[in-house]
Write a protein that binds this ligand. Structure first.
Ligand code: MGP
Ligand code: SAH
Length: 300
């Protein structure tokens, strides 16, 4: 009988695995790397070495999530700060892991909305922010948009876990294409920052946001409402962020805060418009429409 090469077993597991959720039955699989078995690289045949190279980053087995890269394992260790109800079946993909807004921070963002308002989460991901708006603000209706259908699938699953799926409209689509048709009281923006390597940049300028630069994202959002919340990297160029408020005439009210989890800065949040502390307050879209019908000023 031919002895089984443990490296082949490992490759078979890696190649048939996706980064999506795995059934719990894989829980007891043990991974052993060729390095651990101390096979000298010269003894691995070239074909095998080539296949090994293609594997990319090292992966770790997480019971309920399957194989995730070791970079992502860092976020998995923070899973309860991302979703306190993680154990009830929260679903994520790789980008979801490193992008989800920690619950404590998302709750602070949500606190700026008022009851009965409409909030658009323009880059909703797996739902970190959309869920908190719907959960914390009575009568708040959320529109959650993401270009990736899998993310929206996970967001729906996650919203159900928090019992707020009926307060959120989920849309698979490109925010920039949808924007001209949207109306809301508050717009929330947490666009992609280019992945975890964002922190290697000393001064994260607004041109580095994806899929468009921060100025363009802001300008598109501003056509929907002046009340904008932006969740930004902690190394963002604060002067540039402040400049966004000057794109309006008169300039928008502006406030910036560090967003913490247990005292550790995770990001920077910028608030614009009537949701800034000390400003006259947010008028609901329904009130604006009504007052416009009677010829009154929308926010006056
Ligand atoms: P982080 O800096 O990668 O993690 O992300 P951490 O644990 O603070 O890293 P450390 O090396 O300082 O220990 C911090 C938070 O930023 C994440 O929890 C997300 O909420 C947010 N975040 C990170 N990225 C890469 C993105 C992104 O691309 N888009 C959005 N919207 N948020 C992100
Ligand atoms: N705040 C979210 C994380 C957002 S990450 C949370 O807490 O879960 C940024 C998201 O923007 C990603 O899920 C990505 O799929 C989405 N995205 C990228 N380009 C987009 C576009 N043009 N329109 C809508 N969503 C987009």
């Amino acid at each position: 009988m031919q002895p089984i090469d443990i490296a082949d077993v490992e490759l078979a597991v890696l190649e048939t695995s996706e980064l999506t959720t795995f059934p719990c039955s894989v829980q007891n699989l043990r991974r052993t790397s060729a390095e651990k078995t101390k096979t000298p690289p010269s003894l691995l045949n070239p074909k095998k070495q080539k296949r090994r190279k293609k594997q990319g980053p090292c992966r770790k087995l997480i019971p309920e999530q399957g194989l995730i890269t070791t970079d992502i394992a860092k976020y998995w260790r923070q899973r309860y700060s991302l979703f306190s109800r993680y154990d009830d079946g929260i679903q994520m993909d790789e980008e979801g892991w490193f992008s989800a807004t920690p619950e404590e921070i998302a709750a602070t963002h949500a606190a700026r909305a008022s009851s009965g308002t409409i909030v658009i989460d323009c880059f909703s991901g797996v739902g970190g922010n959309a869920i908190q708006f719907a959960l914390r603000i009575r009568g708040c209706h959320v529109v959650a948009i993401d270009i990736d259908p899998q993310k929206i699938g996970y967001a729906i699953n996650n919203a159900k876990i928090y019992g707020v799926e009926d307060n959120i409209d989920f849309i698979v689509g490109d925010f920039f294409q949808l924007a001209p048709f949207l109306k809301a009281d508050v717009v929330f923006l947490s666009p992609p920052w280019g992945g975890p390597s964002y922190k290697k940049i000393q001064n994260f300028t607004l041109d580095l946001f994806k899929p468009r630069d921060g100025y363009s994202i802001f300008q598109v959002a501003q056509k929907i409402t002046p009340n904008i919340i932006m969740f930004l990297p902690r190394n963002v160029d604060i002067n540039q962020v402040e400049e966004l408020s000057w794109l309006s005439s008169p300039p928008l009210n502006f406030e910036i805060e560090e967003s913490h989890v247990q005292g550790y800065t995770k990001g920077i949040t910028a608030y614009f418009g009537y949701i800034v502390s000390g400003s006259p307050g947010l008028s609901k879209l329904s009130e604006v429409v009504t007052s416009q019908e009677f010829g009154a000023s929308p926010h006056g």
